[in-house]
Design a protein around this ligand. Structure first.
Ligand SMILES: Nc1ncnc2c1ncn2[C@@H]1O[C@H](COP(=O)(O)OP(=O)(O)OP(=O)(O)O)[C@@H](O)[C@H]1O
Ligand SMILES: [Mg+2]
Length: 394
């Protein structure tokens, strides 16, 4: 009888060991001798192992990490080669890692040293459960695009605050996508310095799916995930219409809401975004040049056959005394203002601090207006369902 592929009636689980941490080498040797697993390869660095990882029937990846928090980069590198379940192995202080791993694309976390039998059990369990999809079946996130044909009207302030409100106060799984591809500053307004951007995602090899997307986003304290703009303006052109269309499709499967910050142009990626936009927030101000451009934008949207009933006019800095009234704006644009957002000192202060006003100054008039807007953008049925869920939890 051969012990190569079966133990009794059990099939051996094909595993691959990557990364490094204290105790990993001893574990690797023990697993190599163990009858219930077949070590198909190992490598201290994830990237080096690409040829073997790509090979056929790999069932579980055991990845050692020295990081005390979730090693999102390392997970993303593994995901470029395989969709097999990942078990993270760590040693030392790893409480942050354990916490973050709950929502991450990993099947289990084991702190070394461990009895080999425990590890083999976790391996067998992970191989049976298979890959845990991040996407909830039937989820179809709403795409909320924040646009204005004029610079400086408040698109980024609006999108960062709105996304924070969706995540923090409405309990929505929220993605903030920075489509101001050349000069995006959404991450800065959130006080984040992410090392991965939409550029890294679109140039990464392999098919895009929810797991891969998760490896390139950065979590903010509010609970939102951000996919920032490229770090260098010249990298913007690699974010093509096709890549963006796929990205939005995948994001819709993983998130309840996708808030898109934009630049003041109708470029290719923006057109692809419009095709998938459920709510277009058209940001307007109380000044003649902005009004003129918003009017032109409305005409362009009509030419593009963008459905008028998806456009929401947002009057930013609505309370500024500059000799123009809301009714005049509505008259000039032949459209009703849906949301009024006041001018508030809390906004520039929070921008400079890198914390959205809606979080830092929740009592400010500005924050109340943004929270109202977040509520107003949720479809009635979804809001009811959310309330039911919160009620059940309580
Ligand atoms: N409601 C508001 N109250 C006070 N200040 C505001 C308000 N909205 C925007 N601002 C200020 O205006 C500045 C420009 O806003 P923001 O960067 O959001 O504009 P934008 O439309 O994204 O500009 P760009 O086209 O350059 O990306 C912000 O730094 C902020 O301080
Ligand atoms: Mg901006």
């Amino acid at each position: 009888m051969s012990l190569d592929t079966t133990v009794g009636t059990r099939e051996q689980v094909r595993i691959f060991v990557t990364g490094s941490c204290d105790g990993l080498e001893q574990l690797r040797e023990a697993l190599e001798r163990h009858g219930e697993v077949e070590l198909v390869g190992s490598s201290a660095g994830v990237m080096e192992s690409a040829p073997t990882l790509t090979g056929g029937h790999l069932q579980v990846v055991l990845h050692g990490t020295r990081s005390s928090s979730l090693p999102a980069d390392e997970i993303a590198s593994i995901r470029e080669h395989t969709r097999a379940p990942i078990i993270l192995l760590a040693s030392g202080e790893a409480s942050a890692l354990l916490e973050e791993a709950l929502d991450a694309d990993v099947s289990d976390v084991l702190l070394l040293p461990q009895m080999t039998e425990n590890v083999v059990f976790a391996v067998r369990k992970a191989s049976k459960t298979g890959h845990r999809p991040l996407a909830s079946p039937g989820r179809r996130g709403r795409v909320v695009t924040v646009f204005s044909p004029k610079g400086g009207t408040g698109k980024t302030v609006t999108s960062t605050n709105l996304a924070s409100a969706f995540a923090k106060f409405e309990g929505r799984k929220t993605l903030l996508l920075d489509l101001d591809l050349q000069f995006g500053d959404a991450a800065i307004m959130l006080g984040l310095e992410p090392d991965k951007t939409i550029y890294d995602l679109v140039v990464a090899p392999g098919e895009l799916d929810s797991e891969k997307l998760a490896g390139y986003t950065t979590r903010h304290a509010s609970g939102l995930d951000i996919l920032p703009a490229p770090l260098r303006p010249e990298d913007a052109e690699l974010v093509t219409e096709t890549k963006l269309s796929r990205l939005l499709e995948v994001a819709r499967e993983s998130y309840d809401v996708i808030v898109v910050d934009t630049s003041p142009f109708f470029h290719g990626p923006m057109l692809a975004t419009l095709d998938r936009t459920d709510e277009l927030l058209l940001v307007c101000g109380l000044d003649v040049p902005t009004l003129k451009n918003v009017r032109l934008a409305l005409q362009t949207l009509e030419l593009l056959a963008f459905p008028t009933n998806r456009i929401r006019l947002v009057l930013n800095r609505a309370n500024t005394k500059v000799g123009m009234k809301r009714s005049e704006v509505e008259g000039a644009l032949d459209a009703k203002v849906r949301f009024e957002i006041p001018s508030d000192r809390a906004v520039p202060i929070s921008v400079n601090r890198g914390t959205p006003a809606v979080l830092a100054e929740s009592g400010a008039d500005y924050s109340k207006a943004v929270r109202e807007m977040a509520k107003g953008l949720l479809p009635v049925e979804a809001a009811k369902a959310q309330k039911r869920r919160l009620f059940k939890r309580g």
